[in-house]
Ligand binder design. Structure first.
Ligand SMILES: [Fe+2]
Ligand SMILES: [Fe+2]
Length: 330
């Protein structure tokens, strides 16, 4: 049976791939500036400077758009948690270190531009937003905690390969945020917000490609070990915002209105990546990898059934709401 590679071996073996992909990323990435995406002339002072404080009537965002904006921004705000995760697993050396720094700097732009937009346009309550940011960042987030809950901390420590779990998680996470930002942009019903979130979504896509390529190389290098990590991540996947203030309510609203729902998770996030990695066509797996693949296939089958069930429930709930609205006196 093939032995597990240690974290150090993985980092060394994959370093040339990381270097190629850093170069590729830098060649593809476009410089952009958050201030270019914010409609500053819609802004005015708040009460502390003699102006007016926020009032719900000032927001032009629908309930769904506001929920999605808050969720996506708080997720971006939690960057220090994600930085810690990849910095711990990727090391600070060579191409790995270059990537960690560059990726973190790019991600920081997303939170900057979204907060500026929301505060200037008065799209959401800035006090509630700030309180939620404080709470969410203070709690932090750990994808590894999810892995540990699923596979047990011993499994990951014994594998000594948090890198594989990290790289699998962020591949799906970047793609998930790309989908969510893109759909949030459309829901805002403001061409300025749409342009801003399309710009962010393009970044997330490039990030996803970096991690996806790294994970593909890890699969070629250590197929069983990597597929085990992928399966654990896919079967225990939680959106990066899980646990933030208002997460359940906002998550339900987003799923109900097609910002990020189960079908999108399956068809736009999980399946395209798994296809790209040839997970179900690979011939290089040993018995351990085969077992992981079976577990993964069974999970995807269950998810397909859940998608149908969720959509039936959603259709019924939306129809009920529409009936209720039609009966309300105008
Ligand atoms: Fe981001
Ligand atoms: Fe990203």
């Amino acid at each position: 049976m093939a032995r597990n590679l240690t974290q150090l071996e993985l980092l060394l073996e994959l370093e040339p791939v990381a270097a190629d992909n850093v170069d590729r990323h830098l060649a593809m990435a476009k410089e952009w500036h958050p201030h270019d995406y914010v409609p500053w002339d819609r802004g005015r002072d708040f009460a502390a400077l003699g102006g007016t404080d926020w009032d719900p009537a000032q927001s032009a965002l629908s309930e769904v758009a506001a929920a999605a904006m808050i969720t996506n921004l708080l997720t971006e705000d939690n960057l220090p948690s994600y930085h810690r995760e990849i910095a711990e697993n990727f090391s600070q050396d060579g191409a790995w270190g270059t990537w960690v720094g560059r990726w973190t700097a790019e991600e920081n732009r997303h939170g900057i531009v979204m907060r500026d937009y929301l505060v200037v346009t008065r799209g959401v309550d800035p006090v509630a937003l700030e309180q939620a940011r404080m709470a969410h960042m203070t709690t932090g987030y750990s994808a590894m905690a999810v892995v540990d809950a699923k596979a047990g901390p011993d499994a990951r420590l014994a594998a000594d390969a948090g890198l594989l779990y990290s790289v699998a998680y962020v591949t799906f996470q970047e793609l998930a945020t790309r989908v969510s930002h893109r759909n949030t942009g459309r829901a805002c019903d403001d061409p300025v917000a749409d342009r801003m979130l399309a710009r962010i979504a393009a970044d997330e896509n490039l990030h996803m490609i970096f991690y996806r390529n790294l994970c593909a190389a890890a699969l070629d290098l250590a197929p069983d070990q990597t597929l085990e990590a992928i399966t654990t991540i896919v079967t225990g996947f939680q959106m990066p915002g899980a646990g933030m203030p208002g997460w359940r309510r906002n998550g339900v609203l987003m799923a109900k209105h097609g910002i990020y729902d189960l079908r999108q998770h399956l068809e736009e996030v999980l399946l395209p990546v798994l296809r790209k990695w040839n997970v179900f066509e690979r011939t290089d797996l040993g018995p351990r990898g085969e077992r992981s693949r079976e577990r993964l296939a069974a999970f995807l089958d269950r998810l397909r059934a859940d998608v149908v069930r969720f959509e039936e429930q959603r259709d019924r709930a939306l129809a009920r709401e529409a009936r209720r609205r039609a009966q309300q006196p105008v």
